[in-house]
Design a protein around this ligand. Structure first.
Ligand code: SAM
Length: 220
């Protein structure tokens, strides 16, 4: 049986060469974001953005919620995968970062599908459950403060329809999840989160060792 292939820089380069389709607009947003302090570490990998768009298409997403906009790279990938009358609500605690993304969303012709909800994502998720009702969302993407993950996941579950998807970024957390010396609150939160999902009978589950770890939870 074949095992997990080692992904060194050469093989990563090959994968990108034959499959990555990041266009000029996304590349420009990536460059502008990378120039911000901590920007390169915060935004997700280009191939992960592409994969999120693929996932949105696979679940036939019309309504998407994103927790953690930052400068809106993943927002753009997801919004492009929606139909013209689709809706994406993206949450960020700060209005500063989504303001950088909006001109890119406009240039891509998808800004009218995107609503930015500024404030604590837990409040936004509660509001959306009231406004949209249970089972009204096809896909939730969680990529914000790590200590909030368990809460966002629990708030997302009733929002998502059966068969819908919750995707969660950074669930390998730079490999720190298996570092016995890593006892910071973020790493501990990710470890607890991963263990809770392993035992959660409400979902079908996979943790992809892709980018910084991408967990996919399909609501049963
Ligand atoms: C890792 S970045 C998101 C990256 C983004 N998905 C991308 O593709 O570039 C995390 C974002 O979560 C936001 N955030 C942190 N705490 C939050 C909270 N309690 N509610 C909503 N957003 C929060 C931060 O301001 C930051 O912009």
């Amino acid at each position: 049986m074949a095992g997990q292939v080692e992904l060194d820089e050469t093989l990563r380069g090959y994968v990108r060469e034959v499959s990555l389709r990041e266009d000029a607009l996304l590349a420009e947003l990536r460059r502008e974001t990378a120039a911000l302090p901590g920007g390169a570490a915060m935004q997700l990998m280009a191939e992960e953005g592409q994969f999120l768009g693929l996932l949105a298409g696979l679940v036939g997403a019309r309504t998407v919620v994103e927790v953690g906009t930052f400068t809106g790279y993943s927002t753009l990938c997801l919004a492009r995968a929606l139909p013209a009358d689709g809706r994406l609500v993206t949450c960020d605690i700060s209005p500063r970062w989504p303001r950088i993304g909006r001109p890119y969303w406009e240039r891509a012709g998808v800004a009218d599908r995107i609503e930015v909800a500024v404030g604590d994502a837990a409040d936004t998720l509660a509001r959306l459950l009231d406004e949209l009702g249970p089972g009204s969302v096809d896909l939730v993407f969680i990529d914000a403060d790590k200590t909030g993950y368990a809460r966002y996941y629990e708030d997302a579950l009733p929002l998502v329809r059966p068969g819908g998807l919750i995707a969660v970024d950074n669930t390998l957390f730079f490999g720190r999840v298996v570092d016995p010396g890593a006892d910071d609150t973020d790493t501990e939160a990710i470890r607890k989160f991963n263990e809770a999902l392993r035992d959660d009978e409400r979902i079908d589950l996979t943790l992809l060792p892709f980018a910084d770890g991408l967990t996919l939870a399909r609501k049963r």
